[in-house]
Design a protein around this ligand. Structure first.
Ligand SMILES: [Zn+2]
Length: 368
């Protein structure tokens, strides 16, 4: 029964992912590296939200070693981050920090433990609780993910329908074709996905002093999960946020808007000059996070008004209106419009009402 449920969840995840990729280069595990400050680098898998989504890596080289934040959502991605680090320094990786439990940020980091002795794996207590629970079991479906869904994608292309059965808009044909092009590589990489448990956990704040570097790991409140930690470099004024911030469209699954808004305000309060989102383009000013805060606040105000009117929850969810914001995220892109609807509007509206129930958005164990 559990396997069936995992497969179903995996199908639901893939359905959305399939809806939200687009055509381009062959290999989905190539990071683009940028030096943000001397010795501080990001590795961004471009073209977010391409399938499979892949969290951005950030690493900091000191005169004592290397601290990595989100070192790779897949083994191949991690190997490419490691190769880049080795091209820059002979010093070892000493710490791999996990921003949150979602596999696209950590299913490849076991490769650091294979390549370097004595690596500390650092995560929030909640993240490690998920790794010890059944929530993370969705990884069990990885080896069969492509064999399960490739025939459905092929059928969709042949019949001109999306996986859910709706007619396929033109903008989605290239998305499906690209997944077929990438399928062999994704399948090979999926065989190597692994959960890596933390060796060091904390709840509020942990400071790593590596040589002259000061690296602060901060829990600033719930965002994309109940255990998101950001990496803040006070000297360099660089913050890496994990999926609390995702560009160009946020990932809103189980993201409580009131708490998210408060957490975003704390990030703004750091006074960063560069922000590394969990996915998507680097931010060099505060404007994108201001837009996120404005959106979160609007959702909260609308939700509270609907609750005050005693409107049935399903109707109320449907009435949350994003039209003041949508074009500021997606411009005139039809493709991003599909993504904005599936990954932001619908899950954000649902999460807004779940937030009122005073229950955890996600628990470390699956509800059976
Ligand atoms: Zn992610």
């Amino acid at each position: 029964m559990k396997i069936i449920k995992n497969l179903f969840d995996s199908f639901a995840i893939l359905l959305v992912l399939v809806l939200t990729s687009k055509a381009g280069a062959q290999d989905p595990y190539i990071p683009t590296f940028t030096e943000l400050a001397p010795g501080v680098w990001s590795g961004v898998r471009e073209d977010n939200p391409r399938f499979p989504v892949m969290g951005t890596a950030t690493f900091v080289i000191s005169d004592k070693g290397v601290v990595v934040y989100d070192g790779g959502g897949s083994a191949t991605m991690a190997e490419r981050i490691i190769a880049k680090i080795r091209s820059l320094t002979d010093l070892p990786v000493t710490h791999v920090v996990i921003s949150h439990w979602h596999g696209d940020h950590n299913f490849g980091i076991f490769r650091y433990l294979e390549e370097y002795a004595n690596v500390q794996v650092v995560a929030h207590t909640f993240t490690q609780a998920v790794f010890e629970g059944t929530r993370i079991d969705y990884i069990d479906a990885y080896p069969e993910q492509i064999p399960n869904f490739k025939p459905q994608i092929e059928k969709g292309l042949e019949e001109g329908t999306l996986l859910g059965g709706d007619p396929m808009p033109d903008v989605m044909r290239g998305v499906y074709e690209r997944i077929l092009e990438d399928a062999d590589m994704i399948h090979a990489d999926n065989q190597r996905a692994k959960v890596t448990h933390a060796t060091l956990t904390f709840d509020e704040k942990l400071t790593i002093r590596s040589g002259a570097r000061r690296i602060e790991l901060l829990y600033l409140g719930d965002g994309n999960t109940a255990g998101d930690i950001v990496m803040w470099l006070p000297e360099e004024k660089i913050v890496a946020t994990g999926d609390i911030v995702v560009h160009p469209v946020p990932y809103a699954f189980n993201m409580p808007p009131k708490k998210w808004g408060a957490t975003l305000r704390r990030i703004q309060g750091l006074g960063y000059e560069t922000l590394v989102p969990g996915h998507g383009d680097l931010q060099r000013d505060q404007s994108y996070v201001d837009l996120l805060i404005e959106t979160a606040d609007s959702v909260v105000v609308q939700r509270d008004a609907l609750v005050a009117q005693n409107i049935e929850e399903a109707d109320a969810i449907a009435q949350i209106d994003f039209s003041d914001f949508e074009s500021r995220y997606i411009g005139d892109s039809d493709y991003l419009a599909v993504y904005f609807d599936a990954w932001f509007k619908k899950p954000m509206a649902a999460a807004a009402f779940k937030e009122l129930k005073n229950i955890p958005m996600v628990t470390p164990n699956r509800e059976e």
